[in-house]
Design a protein around this ligand. Structure first.
Ligand SMILES: [Zn+2]
Length: 370
């Protein structure tokens, strides 16, 4: 019953976005999730005879509207791979203790996709998850084409900057490190999105084809989207839940991915970005336990918003929502430098900032997207 209501609600929504009812009915009735290919958009074209790059170029040419929420674009199906219903550890290397404990919610058979090197996990083949996979792939495409700096640093799977030099091979070569970006739709975050990471250090070297010894470490950067939270309503303020979620998928998701992967940036680049290294070290600081919630959060919001506003594309609803959180944090927690602990945090971050400016927005920010 609930699914029927969902289907009808989506019909109304999808109609207004030129995506027809038959498409959704077929998806719901057909158990084969790879039928994601039958999702229609206004700018569909025959992808069969084109190369991957030709398809990308054509999709890119449809991204002309000033707002990303308005992009009505297909995804590049040649990049979407379905890996079946499997436990992620059958496909990706995980550090078992963390996988069993922190990441236990993905330690089970999931529907696993990848798109352009980014993993996408969903629980099951329910209708809503087919939409989730489609929009995750769409978000990856938009990041790559419209926000290329964010894509390069945050999502590109071969972007490897782990600094685990202690595992250098005996030949003095750097370790081969691998970063797996993962977008998972699950119920783990208390807010709409959250992130966890899992690092598996290679315990012994592997030999490459030349017989050279290498250590291959794996860092899994998991970003979870909780699509059942009420947060999209707080952003978009529409009456019904599905309208809010629909709007969220079209633009809010792109902001969520950027935000969560900036947290991953701190983990990933901690040996290369001194400010990132300082923030990473504070995650386990017993003297300043709220640093991560207060300061890292403010820095991530500030970094993401500064970049996304400069590049353009977000709606006023989404911008105002995030700026509201940012200014609340700034006002209540960070700005009052007469409080000794706030002053200590500010001074430490100021020392790690180029001496260009001492403003809050400058000191409480990472610069890699500038
Ligand atoms: Zn955050």
């Amino acid at each position: 019953m609930k699914k029927t209501i969902l289907l009808i609600a989506f019909f109304v929504l999808s109609y207004s976005y030129s995506q027809n009812f038959d498409t959704f009915k077929n998806l719901y009735n057909d158990k084969n999730i790879v039928d994601i290919k039958s999702i229609k958009t206004l700018n569909d074209f025959d992808q069969k005879k084109l190369s991957e790059k030709e398809i990308d170029d054509k999709i890119k040419s449809f991204m002309t509207d000033s707002k990303i929420g308005n992009f009505d674009i297909p995804i590049n199906y040649s990049k979407l791979k379905y890996h079946g219903k499997k436990n992620p550890k059958e496909i990706i290397t995980f550090f078992e203790a963390g996988f069993d404990h922190d990441m236990s919610f993905v330690n089970k058979p999931l529907e696993i996709f990848s798109f352009d090197g980014v993993w996408i996990f969903v629980d099951n083949q329910e209708f809503k998850n087919i939409i989730n996979v489609f929009f995750a792939a769409r978000a990856i495409q938009i990041l790559k084409f419209k926000y290329p700096e964010a894509y390069e640093y945050l999502l590109k799977p071969d972007q490897v900057k782990l600094g685990y030099d202690k595992l250098d091979s005996s030949q003095g070569k750097p370790p081969l490190n691998k970063m797996n970006p993962i977008i998972s739709f699950d119920k783990s975050p208390t807010k709409i999105a959250g992130s966890l990471w899992n690092l598996k250090l290679a315990s012994k070297p592997t030999l490459d084809y030349r017989g050279t010894k290498n250590y291959e470490n794996t860092l899994n950067c998991l970003t979870s989207i909780n699509y059942e939270t009420v947060r999209p309503k707080e952003i978009y303020k529409k009456e019904d839940e599905l309208s809010n979620y629909w709007l969220y998928l079209r633009e809010g998701l792109i902001e969520s991915i950027t935000h969560e992967f900036i947290h991953h940036y701190v983990t990933n680049f901690k040996f290369f970005d001194m400010k990132g290294g300082f923030v990473f070290g504070k995650r386990n600081d017993s003297q300043d336990q709220s640093f991560q919630v207060d300061v890292e959060e403010a820095m991530v919001i500030n970094t993401a918003e500064t970049y996304l506003i400069r590049k353009g594309g977000l709606s006023d609803d989404l911008l105002n929502f995030n700026l509201g959180i940012k200014y609340q944090g700034k006002k209540e927690i960070l700005q009052d430098l007469t409080i000794a602990s706030n002053k200590a945090r500010y001074d430490a971050l100021k020392l790690l900032s180029p001496p260009t400016s001492d403003s809050f927005d400058y000191v409480y920010r990472f610069y890699f997207l500038d």
